[in-house]
Design a protein around this ligand. Structure first.
Ligand code: ZN
Length: 47
């Protein structure tokens, strides 16, 4: 699985635990934007 920042294409993401779960952020200090992972596990409510 190849993940990278969609803003600056930085190839390293860091994970931070939030109230809604783990989110990924760009590891670049010059960017640091939250990276949206489309294939996330938040879609468990589909019945
Ligand atoms: Zn970035």
């Amino acid at each position: 699985m190849c993940e990278f920042c969609e803003f600056c294409q930085f190839l390293l993401l860091i994970e931070k635990k939030t109230a809604r779960g783990v989110k990924r952020f760009c590891a670049s200090k010059a960017c640091g934007k939250p990276v949206t992972v489309i294939n996330g596990p938040e879609d468990e409510t589909s019945a």
